[in-house]
Design a protein around this ligand. Structure first.
Ligand code: B3K
Ligand code: ZN
Length: 844
């Protein structure tokens, strides 16, 4: 497969003036007529005319009205064209009903929909399918279906047709079309300059009761972007459509966002608090793309983080404003470490701005998204809030309508702040998570912190240069009072010292507050000091972090040396649990333990080979010890934080529920499942019902509830996804592969629906002890299904290959078992480019 390099970028040979598309929808024979005005690009060095096209049947083509016969080549066509502006017309036939890849125009439960990012538009018609070719689109859809949607504003519609016009030039990846028998949940929004916008959420009949929350989230997002970034919406209408079969979460098509139904449909009965928070964030994310992604798009796909990093950063700010800033930060860092640090540490490591790829869909990664967002956060910390927003204003001003680059982005900051960002740029170019070692010295009232940074080699990058790292530090005196409030140290050297003077006693430092940089802090620390910070740190993130470090240290002792659970940890966490002055959501997070995957990596970092089963057992033992140690307090907490008011998915209620349910999960280890059964039986919302079910499964008493849950929810596909997933993720690791295997035989299992596939095989892949069972049953089952899915849906298959990315951590027997499965998949005839690239990189 061919590799594409950033350094090979060339401007397009032809630019597009405008595009007219007509769709005659039919499941297996949709006709797409295109009329496109091209003009030669004066900046191009070549006159070759090439249009992308895949899986298209060309019916006819014309240039300036005269029939032509283009040369059909791999991936598209070429044709002789005039050396002046000309009109290209083509008619192609495509088959949405048989498009199982869910890319281009496809069908989901009788509804037509599209997914074009990154390179799906070429499956709809011949076109220069690259983001730096931007144009105004006019679209006519012919079909008897009642709802026919495309981008922009509606022009006219009538019996069997509808026309749309999008006045904002856009790349083809933002094109969208929907046709179906859909129900509309309407609303309106008035922008700050007084423009009335029509809002709609379109869903399949039966789902209309699950739209209200998404609509509120949309309106909140619109207000927030006006208030915080000064960005107004720019069309007369904003449509959201829910689709059941979708490869990712959602898509920001101009004026017509398309959502995986799991990321927009919400009701108290069927969605958990976590679902609500996630839906609110994704609606915001896609809406925010209207400016960061659509009005300013990417020059090429290497610049993906330009829109994704910034938009993730913006949606995190939004969630922090709507809910709790510290809680959101802790949740994000947990996810960053679980997905991005893991990626950065293995064979799939790549820079936030990659410099080559085979299949761009393989680069919609935690590194591009979440680490990309961390870079924005660091930039903001370095320049300060006011300078950040000033730079953003300049960015929007200068680049509106552009297909921009990371260089453009950094230049805006350099010009508006006068800072040299050449060293900061390394964050975009160098892969790998920096290790930040720290040493401390105290003498005569002066405290010195000496930091040393280094980044291990990653594929294709052996040497790394020092990066600029903002390190937020505060100092506490021995009483636990803060003597130096949060100060941002700006580290630029490989080794660098910072001094704090005029202290009266040796302080305890709180380093990397709010997780001010995506690095691994390596600091020799005693458990006494961790307990001290857990009790006294004023920075909520580091307070949580201290508890986590304490838990991790104790678990490592248990795993390696068979130690008993650490009493100091149990006491410290009990203090936090009891402290009613702390946010319940924070306390729930503090009760959480490092994941199996986190512990596996910790062991590797300390030079050991992790045993997945031993890690699992240590966690189980510690949870049991927590349940026993806190036996007197847990029922009190459980009772105290029951929500008695009508269900609301807001931060206050969901925080209370998360604490009560964290307590329930521990209680269920010692009460035989009584409390869990009571909660399961009386629950009137999914958060409580699912927590009850999970606690019953943990207590080994879940069989009956698993059956009743299915009976109750068998008509609701999103709830049934949870049912599939929970049984696997909470199975005894010795049985997880068999449970997953049996569930793939269930009549409701289908690999054509990515949500169901992920709920089943993804749940297995994310349960380390079960997945890494010593006999290799987990590996084999996943490989079997990836082999079956790849011919139908390469994108989802390739994505799930990352389950294997940590394989080099494990013992040689497991490595041999995994290698055999990787090779077996790679040996399949006709394996997709997507999966081939992923497995080749993982195999190394
Ligand atoms: N931009 C889309 C992701 C497209 C993924 C293509 N494989 C969703 C988002 O980030 O908002
Ligand atoms: Zn995005």
């Amino acid at each position: 497969p061919q590799k594409i390099y950033l350094s090979d970028y060339q401007v397009p040979n032809y630019l597009v003036e405008d595009v007219h598309l007509t769709f005659r929808l039919a499941p297996e024979a949709t006709r797409v007529l295109s009329r496109i005005t091209f003009r030669p690009n004066p900046d191009a060095s070549s006159k070759d005319f090439f249009l992308h096209g895949e899986d298209l049947q060309l019916i006819s083509a014309k240039i300036d009205g005269a029939e032509v016969t283009p040369d059909l080549v791999v991936g598209g066509l070429t044709c002789a064209v005039p050396d002046a502006p000309f009109v290209w017309e083509a008619e192609v036939e495509i088959s949405p009903a048989t498009n199982t890849a869910l890319e281009g125009l496809y069908m989901s439960n009788g509804m037509y929909c599209t997914q074009c990012e990154a390179e799906g538009f070429r499956k709809i018609t011949y076109y220069p399918d690259r983001p730096d070719v931007m144009s105004v689109f006019t679209v006519r859809i012919e079909s008897d279906l009642p709802v026919l949607l495309s981008n922009g504003n509606p022009v006219t519609s009538g019996e069997g047709f509808a026309e749309w016009h999008d006045p904002w030039p856009k790349p083809a990846y933002l094109f969208a079309l929907v046709g179906g028998e859909l129900i509309n949940h309407p609303d309106t929004f008035t922008t700050k300059s007084g423009k009335e916008v029509e809002l709609n959420i379109y869903v399949r009949p039966g789902d209309e009761g699950k739209c209200a929350f998404g609509m509120e989230a949309l309106k909140k997002s619109m207000v927030w972007d006006e208030e915080v970034y000064g960005r107004e919406y720019d069309l007369d209408i904003f449509n959201i459509v829910a689709v059941d079969d979708f490869n990712m979460g959602a898509m920001e098509n101009k004026g017509l966002n398309i959502f995986n139904s799991s990321c927009v449909l919400a009701s108290a009965e069927t969605s958990t608090d976590m679902n609500f928070e996630r839906i609110e964030a994704i609606i915001a994310h896609e809406y925010f793309h209207n400016w960061t992604g659509n009005r300013i798009t990417c020059r090429d796909w290497f610049q993906l983080c330009l829109k994704e990093g910034l938009t993730v950063y913006r949606d995190a700010q939004f969630t922090a404003d709507m809910r709790s800033e510290p809680v959101k930060r802790i949740e994000d860092v947990i996810a960053l470490r679980a997905r991005q640090f893991r990626e950065d540490n293995g064979p799939l490591a790549h820079p936030v701005r990659p410099d080559s790829f085979v299949e761009i869909n393989n680069f919609y990664t935690a590194t591009v998204y979440e680490k990309g967002a961390e870079l924005i956060g660091m930039l903001k910390t370095l320049v300060g809030d006011a300078a950040y927003y000033k730079a953003l204003d300049l960015y929007f001003d200068r680049h509106d309508g552009d297909a921009a680059t990371i260089e453009d982005w950094l230049t805006v900051f350099e010009e508006s702040t006068g800072r040299d960002l050449s060293q900061f740029k390394r964050w975009y170019e160098q892969a790998g998570t920096p290790r930040l070692a720290v040493e401390e010295a105290y003498e005569d009232g002066t405290f010195t912190l000496t930091f040393k940074q280094s980044t291990p080699p990653t594929p294709g990058q052996d040497q790394k240069d020092p990066r600029v790292i903002p390190i937020a530090v505060g100092l506490l005196n021995p009483n636990g009072d803060e003597v130096v409030p949060t100060t941002v140290l700006e580290m630029t050297e490989a080794t660098q010292s910072f001094r704090f003077e005029g202290l009266t006693a040796r302080p305890t430092p709180s380093i990397l507050r709010s997780f001010s940089a995506p690095v691994i802090l390596e600091r020799a620390s005693s458990n006494a000091e961790r307990a001290f910070l857990l009790a006294h740190d004023t920075d909520p993130f580091n307070k949580w972090e201290a508890g986590r470090a304490l838990a991790r240290a104790g678990l490592v002792e248990m795993i390696l040396n068979g130690a008993a659970p650490d009493g100091a940890y149990l006491d410290a966490v009990l203090q936090v649990l009891r402290d009613d002055s702390l946010d319940p959501a924070f306390r729930a997070l503090a009760l959480g333990l490092p994941s199996q995957d986190d512990l596996a990596q910790t062991l590797v970092d300390q030079g050991h080979t992790p045993d997945p089963q031993a890690i699992y057992e240590a966690l189980e033992t510690l949870k049991m010890a927590m349940a026993t140690h806190m036996q007197d307090v847990l029922p009190r907490i459980y009772a105290q934080y029951q929500v008695t008011e009508a269900y609301q998915p807001d931060a206050a209620q969901s925080g209370a529920r998360s604490l009560a349910n964290a307590a329930l999960s521990l209680i269920s280890r010692v009460d035989g499942g009584t409390a869990a059964q009571a909660q399961y039986d009386s629950a009137d919302n999914m958060t409580q019902q699912l927590a009850g079910l999970a606690a019953l499964l943990t207590a080994g008493k879940g069989a009956q509830a698993v059956a009743t849950f299915y009976e109750q929810w068998k008509e609701d596909r999103l709830v049934i996804d949870k049912w599939f997933g929970l049984q696997i993720s909470l199975a005894d690791p010795a049985q997880a592969a068999e449970v997953a295997e049996q569930l793939t035989q269930h009549p409701d299992f289908t690999m054509k629906n990515p949500n169901r596939f992920r709920a089943t095989l993804g749940a297995l892949a994310m349960s380390p002890a079960g997945f890494h069972r010593a006999d290799g049953a987990g590996y084999k089952l996943l490989a079997d299904w990836l082999i079956k899915l790849d011919p139908l849906n390469p994108q989802t298959t390739a994505r799930m290959c990352s389950a294997f990315e940590t394989w080099k951590r494990y013992d040689s027997d497991r490595q041999a078992l995994i290698a055999a499965q990787l090779d077996r998949i790679l040996a399949q005839d006709g394996l997709s480019r997507d999966t081939t690239e992923m497995l080749t990189r993982i195999r190394g």
